[in-house]
Each structure stands twice: as C-alpha cells, then as structure tokens.
Design a binder for this molecule. Structure first.
Ligand code: C5P
Ligand code: MG
Length: 297
C-alpha cells in the first residue's frame, strides 16, 4: 500500500514517536523515504559502520566489545599486552568521542591509537585458528532486530556495504556466527595478514580509523564496481566520521543518514542532530532502520 509517510508513521510505525528518535527536519526525512520507496529496492544500497552500529554498545547495562576488544582474550594475547591495550583505550577513546575537539585535531591521535595497537597484536603473533573461538567467548552482540535487517536486505538483493575501522576478520566471524553473513555483503575494513604458520604478521592495505573513512571510500570505490551506481543510500553510523562512508558513490540521489548516539549523549546531541537526518539515542535495536526498509523494499 502506498500510504503517505506521515500517515504511516502514526499507524504502522509507532516507533517514530519514541522520545529517543530525534530529527532536525522531519519533513525532509519523510520526503526522502517517499522518494526511496518510489525508486524501489533496485535503486537502494545500505552503507553501514560495524562497531557500535550493527553491533550493540551495551546489553543489560554492560558495555559490549568492539571487534578490537574481542581480541582481548588469553587465547590471543598475554597479560602485559592486554594491560597495554586497555591503557591505550582509556587514553584514546575519550579523545575519539570528545565533543570539544575537531575531527582535524582527533585524526593524528586515532592514527597513533590504531598503529600502536596493531603493532602490539603483531608482536603477539595472534593466531588465525583461534579467532573464531575468541568471538564465541566474547560478549559481542548484534543489535536487537539484526536478523530481520540482514535477511531483508539479502531477500531484496539490496547490497550492504560494511565500512569498518574495526578488524575485518573479526566482524566477518561475528556475522558468520549469527548466520547473517549473506552474499549481498561487501566489507571494507582492516584485515589481518597471516604468515604460513597462521600467525599475524601485518595488517593489509591502507589503515582505516574512525576519521579517514572518506579516503577509504574513494580508494575502494573502483573495486566496488556496480555498487557505486545505486543512487539511493541508507547510511548507518555511530560516529560523525561515519558520515563520509558514502563519498565513493558515483551519483547519489537520495541519502538518509541515521546516527546511533550511544555515549556522551548530552555533550554530543546537538552535533549529531545537526549532522545525521535521524538520531537514535541509546537505542540498542534496529527497529528504525527496519521500519524504513519495510517501507522502501
Ligand atoms: O567499525 P567501526 O568503524 O565503528 O570501528 C572502530 C571502533 O573501534 C572505534 O569507534 C573505536 O572506539 C574502536 N576501537 C577499539 N580499539 C582500538 C581501536 C578502535 O575499541 N584499538
Ligand atoms: Mg562505530
């Protein structure tokens, strides 16, 4: 049924009325969704961040791990290394999410964080054959409603580009263990490079951190081929850096951006509302993306 969006929101989409859903310009959101629906699923692609966007930030009041944090396991690294990696997290994560600093100012710190941690992991000779077990033992979880999200995109042959500054091998394994690593998924991330003995010896390609996704998007655009041609984009992220994930798309027509605001809510609310079309405050579900996809596909 081609109901008008604002009628739909009050009837079929009660989720939109929740206090945790913030929109700078609700009518722009509505017209974009209507335009996406008219163009149909063939014109749509979804571009999403992984850590704390597809995966949960917290569950029952406890933080869930990022793909890097999943590597914090005795199977893979020793105690000294664990301690060092936790110190680095305590130093750099507050910088990453600091509302008072500019992205320009944050960038060199992020490069420092990622390269230091990657060097430590290489020194530990992290073993490929232990990764799956580390993921099993971790408390990583995808957001509630993830199965509907992934399955619907696959069923409608809508490509899903996952653009992650996390660890590619790990996020693939998280999706595999949750039975949602479907063929419509393309991943751009930091992948591990193992030697013949299956020990980590390097990370492949150009480093991706939170605030250089634009460079990554342009670099990988050619490789992504036909994906670039789909003009309508649903973009999901949890960092302002995620907004540049769609910069490799050839001719974007209608773009809708959704930002999960997980942490430092009061400090960052204003900038998130100014930057994303829809902001979801401490929402651990895929309900809103699922509602939109239900309408568009
Ligand atoms: O998938 P996404 O791009 O969100 O992955 C990056 C996230 O991983 C960052 O937001 C950062 O907080 C986190 N990270 C981490 N440990 C590191 C480096 C990054 O938990 N060593
Ligand atoms: Mg993230």
């Amino acid at each position: 049924a081609r109901a008008i969006w604002h009628q739909v929101t009050t009837s079929e989409f009660p989720e939109f009325a929740k206090a945790s859903v913030l929109m700078r310009d609700r009518s722009k959101v509505e017209t974009t969704i209507q335009a996406m629906q008219r163009a149909g699923p063939e014109a749509l692609q979804v571009i999403s961040d992984f850590d704390m966007t597809l995966s949960r930030f917290a569950h029952n009041g406890k933080r869930c791990p990022t793909t890097h944090n999943i590597l914090d396991n005795d199977l893979l690294i020793n105690d000294t290394c664990k301690k060092r990696i936790r110190e680095l997290l305590n130093t750099y994560y507050p910088i990453e999410i600091d509302a008072a600093r500019t992205i320009e100012d944050k960038r060199p710190h992020m490069v420092e964080w990622w390269t230091t941690v990657h060097d430590l992991l290489i020194q530990q000779k992290v073993r490929k054959d232990m990764l799956a077990q580390a993921v099993e033992e971790s408390s990583a979880m995808l957001r509630e409603g993830y199965k509907v999200f992934f399955d619907r995109l696959q069923e409608n042959q809508v490509p899903l580009l996952i653009f992650s500054a996390g660890v590619g091998d790990i996020l693939e394994e998280v999706m595999r263990q949750n039975h949602v690593f479907h063929p419509n998924i393309h991943v751009v991330s930091n992948y591990m490079d193992f030697n013949q003995c299956g020990e980590l010896q390097a990370f492949k390609g150009q480093l991706i951190h939170t605030f250089n996704k634009r460079e990554g998007a342009l670099l990988h655009a050619a490789r992504l081929g036909k994906l670039r041609e789909r003009p309508n984009i649903l973009l999901l992220g949890d960092s302002l850096g995620d907004l540049s994930m769609a910069d490799g798309v050839a001719k974007p027509q209608h773009t809708l951006t959704i930002g999960f605001l997980n942490d430092q809510v009061d400090e960052r609310k204003e900038s998130y509302v100014n930057s994303f079309d829809i902001v979801l405050v401490k929402d651990e579900t895929m309900d809103i993306p699922n509602d939109i996809l239900n309408y568009v596909t």
